[in-house]
Design a protein around this ligand. Sequence first.
Ligand code: CA
Length: 229
Amino acid sequence: MAGEHRGLVLVAEDERPIADLLGMYLRREGFGVEVALTGPDALAAARRLQPVALVLDVGLPGMDGTEVCRTLRAEGDGVPILFCTARDDEVDRVLGLELGADDYITKPFSPREVVARVKAVLRRVDGSLDETDRPLVLGDVELSRARHRVTVRGEPVELTATEFDLLAHLMARPGRVVTRDQLLSAVWGYAAAGGTRTVDVHVAQVRAKLGDASPIRTVRGVGYSADAG
Ligand code: CA
């Protein structure tokens, strides 16, 4: 789909050639990509950028991948994590510690396989990459991702690709508060400097087009959520 963004994936991998290769394959599939080369950098980037998924090497300098995962989970961060392991004993550690990893893959792997696993993990998490047509309905607003179509009481409403992605992201998580940073990452695929203003502008445009049927609610000081009303 033209103009589709699948969100930002953080690749934490200290072997530069592997990180670059994964980045190339993920970008080709429409993901934004940020690379972290050490454990502490991975943790900081995950907190700052709120990626939609994390590809996490276990053997990272500074802080082990399992420790990065444990820290994020302790902070309540449920970001889907795909672990990359180099040895069998690392697999045992990942599985044995019950870290809340979503999947793991053993090196050497093909970048194609990593991309497939990332997509599978995201599909399991919230169906946001679901390509079957399951329309999202909130109040009078119906949104079909497969048809890229939004209607209010049956009447089609013209949205730009970005406005559509923004509304779809919120409507796929009814009642859940989504921060501006999360929206930037999910819809625009990057965290722009001072970019949260962009989110506000686009939300205003969506509201103007949907009128009183708009399901988007402002959660002051936090972000937005979509509710039936
Ligand atoms: Ca490594």
